[in-house]
Write a protein that binds this ligand. Structure first.
Ligand SMILES: *Cc1c(COP(=O)(O)O)cnc(C)c1O
Length: 384
């Protein structure tokens, strides 16, 4: 087989399974997106609080660029760590009640770096089987043993951690699951980890900013303090980037051994300034109002969708999947909604388990009540 034949065969296999992925270039942002001059209401965005369009945060980024320029000029270990990065790290640590926060360029990089830096050959990772690709991929690339526990099953986590292990064990989960939108039982998972001297890592990409008092996320709202907390800024914060919240010594350890920090350009300082502005909004009364608006949309949607023929998940979050089963049905339903001016995304295996192709609908504080009602009506018509 030649290189060309190998590539062609892989593409053909994807097409045959209705699993061929393409991207669409769009314009606009926030509540609407525009494609080929046509406007769609966006039900696929992770910008849960609508902060990507927030005037004060946009202004902060602009002013940051005027003060600092557009790029950091290097790794944080050289001269890419500015007082803007430092201030943001301190504010994040203070907000979430950890000794230290370390910034990363993305959640994907943070998860890769953390797992690669921590885990050795003798060690074991026990991860919820629905954990994000960035966690599971890092875990399977690492020399540590990887075991998966059934989704949200703390008893099974306990059983797996009880098996003998020569090294250290890391339990891995998410706060709010990206494809199902449901929450992890963090107190039970933390108790299971503690019982076996394992550390608990929680990736709260979808909970941070959106849940709990001052938007402190899944762990704080469940009264749990994971040993390692990952927060990302591409969702509720409306920007991008990530941070690891941890102890003093783990932060110092990561500064020695996290290769994604050492050998990569740090985020632009202007972005760190914008993230501080986003954090300020998230912690304020205004942030609370956005969270309330979102909660009302979620309740309205769930009440309205109950009569429809598709399976819902237990999600109380902004992520509201409708599980339709077959790939082709999910694609057809997505197209029916797009024909009515609503942008939704069909998610198919291997991103989700086989036979659970779905529409992953996301609601945001930028939506209007009428948008939710229009969506319900379109789903209702498509279901008949
Ligand atoms: C989106 C997401 C990530 C990746 O974060 P980026 O900052 O977009 O790279 C990691 N973990 C989970 C659970 C996510 O949903």
């Amino acid at each position: 087989m030649t290189w060309q034949q190998r590539i062609d065969a892989a593409l053909e296999e994807r097409r045959a399974a209705d699993a061929f992925r393409t991207r669409t270039a769009v314009e606009g942002g926030g509540r609407f997106l525009i494609r080929d001059t046509r406007r769609f209401c966006n039900f696929s965005s992770n910008d849960y609080l609508g902060l990507s369009q927030h005037p004060a945060i946009i202004r902060a980024w602009q002013q940051g660029a005027e003060s600092w320029g557009v790029g950091s000029g290097g790794s944080g270990h050289v001269t890419g760590y500015t007082t803007a990065h430092q201030a943001l790290e301190e504010q994040l640590a203070d907000w979430l009640g950890y000794p230290r926060a370390l910034l990363f360029i993305s959640g994907f990089a943070a998860n890769q770096a953390l797992i690669a830096a921590l885990m050795g050959e003798e060690d074991r990772i026990v991860a919820d089987r629905l954990s994000h690709a960035s966690l599971l991929e890092a875990a399977s690339l690492s020399p540590a043993q990887l075991r998966r526990f059934p989704h949200n099953d703390a008893a099974q986590l306990n059983t797996l951690l009880a098996k003998s292990c020569d090294g250290q064990q890391l339990a891995v989960t998410e706060g709010v699951f990206s494809m199902d939108g449901d929450s992890a039982p963090l107190a039970e998972l933390h108790a299971a980890a503690r019982e076996h001297n394992a550390w608990l890592l929680v990736d709260d990409a979808h909970g941070i900013g959106v849940l709990g008092e001052e938007g402190r996320g899944s762990a704080a709202s469940q009264g749990v303090k994971p040993d390692l907390l990952i927060v990302t800024f591409g969702k509720g914060f409306g920007i991008s980037g990530a941070a690891v919240l941890c102890s003093e010594s783990v932060a110092d350890y990561l500064l020695q051994f996290a290769r994604h920090l050492i050998y990569s350009t740090s985020m632009p300082p202007a972005q760190a300034v914008a993230l501080q502005a986003a954090l300020q909004v998230i912690r304020s009364d205004e942030g609370e109002q956005h969270r309330q608006t979102l909660a009302v949309h979620i309740q309205r949607f769930r009440a309205g969708v109950r009569e429809l023929p598709w399976r819902m998940t237990d999600s109380q979050s902004a992520i509201q999947p409708l599980i339709v089963g077959e790939n082709s049905r999910a694609l057809r339903l997505a197209q029916q909604l797009r024909d009515r001016g609503m942008w939704v995304t069909a998610i198919r295996p291997p991103t989700v388990p086989a036979g659970t192709a779905r529409l992953r609908l996301t609601l945001t504080a930028a939506h209007h009540t009428q948008d939710i009602d229009d969506l319900l009506e379109a789903l209702h018509d498509a279901g008949e």
